[in-house]
Design a protein. Structure first.
Length: 342
């Protein structure tokens, strides 16, 4: 009777083993047959104690032999599936060491950043420090402290971008002059590069956001000669040792006297070319001696101190130096354009 039972178990196992098609099914089969708690063969072993010694001996031996067969078959199944899994993984993760490498493209600095850094370098070497100020300003910093009268057109919402709460986006970096003089007392020399905003329709030469760099020097007995010497040195360092400057009388509320500054064309040296539109001169920016009212607004005594200031357009310099025919290229972030600069 025990012999029959053994044959039945053996047949059942080999039927089940034949249907195993995965590694997890093989381990389930192992648990079902030889699991320590409820394995079919384990249960069978536990019945041995109830048999008479003779039968127990014989049946025990045969049961052990069956257990060895079962263990062997399951080990075979498991290692077969394991080997297949490993082989598949090897294929999946195969590395072809003969493939050519992928070139990593490295980032570049934006042309405006490059230009700003060159400007900063020159002024820092002349003893200037770099100042920063907010891009959102009150009327005090935007206009009042800069001696811009309430009726001035720059204050109109046609030119200035106002926010809901009466604040405005600064339309010139001249605002940082005020912050700088509030933060530190003269003598001082600062430059302040940064973004400015104007209500402009974008075209080839305008963008509602652009970059300026402001300069301010306040000390005792500062004259127009100091301003001319400083900007003269700047253009020689920036555009070449032969570069000349030209000052044209102008008007700005925060300077008196005021001047527009031109420099001789870096391309043709002044003979006239496409870059300088035939005039031989290129506009650098506005400048002048700091208006006494501006000094008073930050409680500096204009009898004791005087200063000069200037404001230059970084984008315009970029446009000319890199010969761009549309300044909007600077703001479109087209990598094909940007990666040409270093
Ligand atoms: N803020 C002027 C502008 O945006 C430029 C300027 C002119 C700045 C004269 C100055 C200055 O500091 O003295 O057009």
């Amino acid at each position: 009777m025990e012999a029959e039972r053994l044959e039945q178990l053996r047949a059942q196992f080999s039927a089940e083993a034949a249907g195993i098609d995965s590694e997890s099914a093989a381990s389930a089969l192992r648990d079902r047959w030889t699991g320590r708690k409820s394995g079919l063969l384990t249960a069978e072993m536990k019945t041995l104690g109830k048999l008479s010694p003779d039968v127990r001996r014989e049946f025990g031996l045969q049961l052990n032999a069956l257990k060895d067969e079962v263990d062997g078959r399951i080990a075979e199944l498991l290692s077969g599936f394991g080997a297949r899994r490993e082989a598949e993984q090897l294929v999946r993760e195969r590395i072809d060491v003969t493939l050519p490498g992928r070139r990593q493209s490295s980032g570049r600095l934006h042309p405006i950043t490059l230009m700003r850094e060159r400007i900063e370098e020159i002024f820092v070497s002349m003893g200037y420090t770099i100042e920063d100020g907010p891009e959102i300003e009150t009327d005090f910093y935007n206009f009042d402290a800069l001696n811009i009268p309430p009726s001035h057109p720059a204050r109109s919402s046609q030119d200035t971008l106002y926010l809901e709460n009466g604040l405005a986006l600064r339309s010139q970096t001249s605002t940082v002059q005020i912050h700088a003089m509030q933060r530190r007392r003269p003598p001082l020399r600062v430059i302040a590069p940064g973004r400015v905003y104007r209500r402009d329709t974008p075209d080839a030469t305008h963008n509602p956001m652009f970059f300026q760099v402001e300069g301010l020097l306040v000390d005792r007995r500062v004259t127009l000669g100091d301003l001319k010497g400083t900007l003269g040195e700047f253009v020689r360092r920036m555009f070449g040792p032969g570069t000349r400057t030209r000052f044209r009388p102008s008007y700005f509320p925060f300077t008196e006297p005021s001047a527009e500054v031109d420099y001789s064309c870096f391309k043709c040296g002044g003979a006239g070319c496409r870059i300088c539109k035939g005039s031989g001169w290129i506009e650098l920016g506005g400048s002048g001696l700091v208006h006494p009212n501006v000094l008073r607004a930050v409680a500096i005594d204009p009898e004791e101190f005087s200063g000069f200031a200037f404001g230059l357009g970084i984008d315009r310099m970029c446009g000319l130096m890199y010969d761009l025919d549309d300044i909007r290229l600077l703001y479109e972030n087209d990598a094909r354009f940007l990666e040409q600069f270093r």
